[in-house]
Design a protein around this ligand. Structure first.
Ligand SMILES: Nc1ncnc2c1ncn2[C@@H]1O[C@H](COP(=O)(O)OP(=O)(O)OP(=O)(O)O)[C@@H](O)[C@H]1O
Ligand SMILES: [Mg+2]
Length: 229
């Protein structure tokens, strides 16, 4: 039984540049127009001081490769940022029954940090991660809430192109994750594993070597969101 007092959490997950922000914004707008009580959240919370360690990590201050910071350390940076935003921004809204649309969540640690470990360690890492964020930190967890992860699946070559476009061709603007193509390929494998094993709903966002239209993807995202709203 879902606790009636608590809210609904819908997470848009996907690799870098897969359209999470674009789809989250459209979904939130649509639900607001339908009269729902909706708050959008996004991780990392760059507007908050709580993302300081994430920023240092992504800027390469602990090493210029993602693997220079191990999966557990890097996950901690993102987890405490999430804890801070839960306490200061969206926790009470959510507890009062609001609908949260999240652009990334704990699921991003699953995707981007699993990829630093050999596949035989993924399950134990995921167990640690969910126990840490959902039980020990007390963030909303899949077994307590209406919680849905929509995985935006994009071919890595297509997302690299989209990101290069966003930075107007300036490769140096990419962060330590974005510029490491080999790491992104590993993250892609981790994302596929997570989607298959953690019950994430997959939306296939590429067709051939191009993205499907934003509207087409959004209509699938809305249908999936509708199931829990
Ligand atoms: N379906 C689409 N077709 C073409 N371009 C798209 C599509 N969806 C998003 N884009 C563009 O791709 C870029 C990345 O999109 P967006 O910022 O929504 O992705 P993201 O997953 O939030 O990225 P990041 O992981 O870097 O935060 C943006 O320039 C966006 O306008
Ligand atoms: Mg984004």
């Amino acid at each position: 039984m879902v606790d009636a007092k608590k809210g609904t959490l819908i997470v848009l997950e996907g690799l870098d540049g897969s359209g999470k922000a674009t789809q989250a914004k459209l979904l939130a707008q649509h639900l607001k127009e339908a009269g729902k009580n909706v708050q959008e959240i996004t991780f990392p919370d760059y507007a908050s001081d709580s993302s300081a360690l994430v920023k240092m990590y992504l800027a390469g201050q602990f090493g210029d490769k993602p693997d220079d910071v191990n999966a557990y350390a890097a996950s901690s940076f993102y987890a405490v940022d999430r804890y801070a935003s839960y306490k200061t921004s969206w926790g009470s809204f959510y507890e009062a029954g609001g609908v949260i649309i999240a652009d990334r969540y704990t699921t991003s640690n699953a995707v981007h940090q699993c990829s630093k470990l050999p596949p035989e360690q993924w399950e134990s890492f995921l167990q640690w991660l969910f126990d840490y964020e959902f039980r020990l930190l007390g963030l909303p967890a899949p077994d307590e809430v209406i919680y849905q992860v929509i995985y935006l699946q994009v071919d890595p070559a297509v997302s690299q192109k989209l990101m290069t476009g966003r930075y107007h061709g300036d490769e140096s603007k990419k962060d330590v994750h974005e510029k490491d193509v080999e790491y992104l390929a590993r993250s892609r494998n981790a994302a596929e594993f997570c989607a298959a094993h953690l019950g994430w709903e997959t939306v296939h966002c590429t067709q051939g070597d191009a993205m499907r239209s934003i509207e087409d993807i959004q209509s699938e995202v809305r249908k999936l969101a509708q199931r829990v709203i």
